[in-house]
Design a protein around this ligand. Structure first.
Ligand SMILES: Nc1nc2c(ncn2[C@@H]2O[C@H](COP(=O)(O)OP(=O)(O)OP(=O)(O)O)[C@@H](O)[C@H]2O)c(=O)[nH]1
Ligand SMILES: [Mg+2]
Ligand SMILES: [Zn+2]
Length: 310
């Protein structure tokens, strides 16, 4: 029996880098459940696994070790199944764009809340700042201000002209970092800059819809020249949340959570209760409307089971 780490996932095949350095393409035997999670992909990049190789050379993943953490989202519309984006990571870079394509704030907040559930640090990279007009740049700076105020590392960057890449490169040194975001925001372009010679496939946006073309179709881990690893992933459209208990969603919005200690009732859901400190903070612009709307959208997801495009 051999052990290793999953470095590539196509959905049906997984490449495992074994502890002695070999790379073996494996399948998963049967359809097994892990830790009670119903998932469309029982194994994800970053997983530590056990494999067995049959006499005919066919290799199978037979066991997945407990995960230290993972980023998970709802697999699709109305689905009760989840999709694990990556496991056992040290950090995530959420690549967003103000325009071309436009990243939705609800999408950002749902990703952040999901990462908060495991205390995974998120670096928000606002990419393509080389092409923004004055209004778009103002919006980008507004988003940077909002998330910095909450405590997230947030930076304006450009995969094209290199702005901000030194800072990003330092941040990911020595870590296993997931790169995630909508299709077309420039994840693969960034990784190409951070790992010279890699030459991942990238593609222009759809001229008609100004959205990405889903160019990257599988998740893969790459070593960084200065130490550490990056995981490139396929762009995702919506981020349906899953497995949130409505009563604890506020725990994953740091600025809402810290103010909630002043609510009159300690089971306050911050929707319409008397003496709610969160609602008052929103009125006084100490908590942003957009963050609060995202908070509510996760509660709705958890209670009615619907998937939102956010
Ligand atoms: N102007 C500008 N264009 C960029 C920048 N980064 C990426 N692009 C362009 O945006 C398009 C999409 O880039 P990709 O790297 O393929 O995007 P992706 O996030 O990997 O997309 P998926 O693989 O579909 O998820 C390409 O035409 C890139 O050249 C940037 O900083 N500035
Ligand atoms: Mg890509
Ligand atoms: Zn409250």
């Amino acid at each position: 029996m051999t052990q290793g780490i999953v470095i590539k996932s196509t959905g049906s095949w997984y490449t495992v880098k074994t502890d002695d350095g070999a790379e073996i393409d494996c399948k998963v035997k049967g359809r097994f459940r892990l830790q009670g999670i119903r998932s469309t992909n029982p194994v994800s990049v970053g997983d530590r696994v056990h494999i067995t190789v049959a006499d005919d050379g066919a290799a199978f993943i037979t066991r997945v070790d407990d995960r230290r953490n993972y980023i998970i989202r709802r697999a699709s519309n109305l689905s009760k199944e989840s999709h694990i984006i990556a496991a056992n990571i040290d950090a995530a870079v959420l690549v967003v764009t103000v325009e071309h394509p436009r990243t939705n704030l609800v999408f950002i907040d749902r990703f952040l809340a999901t990462a908060e559930a495991y205390n995974i640090p998120v670096y928000i990279a606002i990419n393509k700042c080389d092409i923004y007009n004055e209004d778009e740049m103002e919006l980008a700076l507004g988003i940077q201000h909002l998330y910095r105020t909450i405590g997230y590392e947030t930076h304006l960057i450009s995969a094209h002209n290199g702005e901000g890449l030194d800072n990003l490169s330092q941040y990911i040194t020595g870590k296993l970092t997931l790169f995630s975001g909508n299709s077309g925001v420039g994840k693969s372009s960034l990784i190409n800059r951070l790992i010279p010679g890699l030459d991942l496939k990238t593609a222009a946006l759809s001229a008609q819809h100004d959205t990405g073309m889903h160019t990257t179709t599988y998740s893969q881990m790459f070593p960084l020249p200065q130490g550490g690893y990056i995981i490139d992933t396929p762009g995702i459209k919506g981020f349906g949340t899953i497995d949130f208990d409505p009563a604890t969603v506020a725990h994953y919005f740091p600025e809402i959570f810290s103010i909630s200690h002043n609510c009159r009732f300690n089971n306050c859901t911050h929707r319409n209760e008397l003496g709610c400190a969160v609602l008052q903070a929103i009125e006084e612009h100490r908590i942003s409307q957009s963050r609060y709307a995202s908070y509510l959208s996760i509660i709705d997801d958890s209670t009615d089971g619907k998937y939102r495009v956010g």
